[in-house]
Write a protein that binds this ligand. Structure first.
Ligand code: G1P
Length: 275
């Protein structure tokens, strides 16, 4: 069993980039081929040994709560009609040993604030954060979060998923820099949220996968508003770095930025072709 048992899914964002599609439905419920984005994220966590899934939701996200609830009518109907394969698909959304916790983030104060909302459910153990917008697919092996769990086990410190991006894209990401320690693992000496290309410390961008020690909550409690006037997880990680070693891990696999229309389309086409 993995040391990392809890995964946090910050899903309270408004999804403005997909309006009008996301006027009434959560952006995390948009489908890639036949599954909502959020389910790719939860399956990644469950396959990596996590059994407590903490969703930080907003007012318009009830479809996510319903998706992870038992669908009595549907299951009964499918059972009566002997549609066993479909019944399994419905039941597999959430295996029976998994606990789901839903926490309302009543104000959209940023990713850092969303993660802090998870503290009562996480407690003082290390945990994963998965941003469902970043669909990461590794067709040849372990998922991104599984790879990061393995790095955590080896290093016993927080791990941030990273990838190389074009310098002119630095203002879309948290950007990190630090010396390489071994294949695909670097130490984080600097981390900055959405710097202009001229201020970016390197071309290494943070993707939506983190394994964090619970000390991050203490840092988040004193993190003021940063980029975009929001409480940024990146700023709390910069504080955490002063007291603990943090590792950047360049994962194996392909990331689709499903927060953008083009990334979402690419994910649909490429994952459909893999089916
Ligand atoms: C968030 C983080 C950013 C990270 C990105 C990865 O930004 O704040 O550091 O690089 O996710 O997708 P967002 O995309 O929510 O603006």
């Amino acid at each position: 069993m993995s040391d990392i048992r809890t995964a946090v899914f910050p899903v309270a964002g408004l999804g403005t980039r997909f309006l009008p599609a996301t006027k009434a439905i959560a952006k995390e419920m948009l489908t890639v081929v036949d599954k909502p984005l959020i389910q790719y994220a939860t399956e990644e966590a469950v396959a990596a040994g996590m059994d407590t899934l903490v969703f930080i939701v907003g007012r318009t996200k009830n479809a996510i709560i319903d998706h992870y609830d038992k669908a009595y009518e549907l299951e009964t109907e499918l059972g009566l009609r002997n549609k066993t394969a479909l019944l399994e698909i419905v039941k597999d959304v959430i295996p029976p040993h998994i606990h789901c916790v839903f926490i309302r983030q009543s104000e959209a104060l940023g990713l850092g604030h969303a993660v802090l909302c998870a503290e009562p459910a996480v407690g003082n153990k290390p945990f994963a954060v998965i941003l469902p917008d970043d669909l990461i697919y590794n067709k040849d092996g372990a998922s991104c979060i599984q790879q990061m769990v393995d790095v955590y086990k080896k290093k016993q410190g927080s791990v941030i998923g990273t990838q190389t991006v074009a310098m002119e894209e630095s203002d879309k990401y948290g950007m990190v820099a630090g010396p390489q320690l071994e294949d695909n693992i670097s130490r984080v000496d600097e981390i900055i949220e959405k710097p202009a290309p001229a201020e970016a410390p390197s071309d290494q961008a943070v993707v939506g996968r983190y394994i964090l020690t619970a000390e991050i909550f203490n840092k988040l409690k004193t993190t003021g508003r940063g980029a975009g006037n929001e409480i940024q997880l990146t700023d709390a990680i910069a504080e955490l770095r002063k007291t603990e070693e943090i590792y950047a891990y360049s994962f194996q696999g392909r990331r689709y930025d499903c927060g953008s229309k083009i990334g979402y389309l690419e994910a649909n086409v490429e994952i459909a072709l893999l089916h």
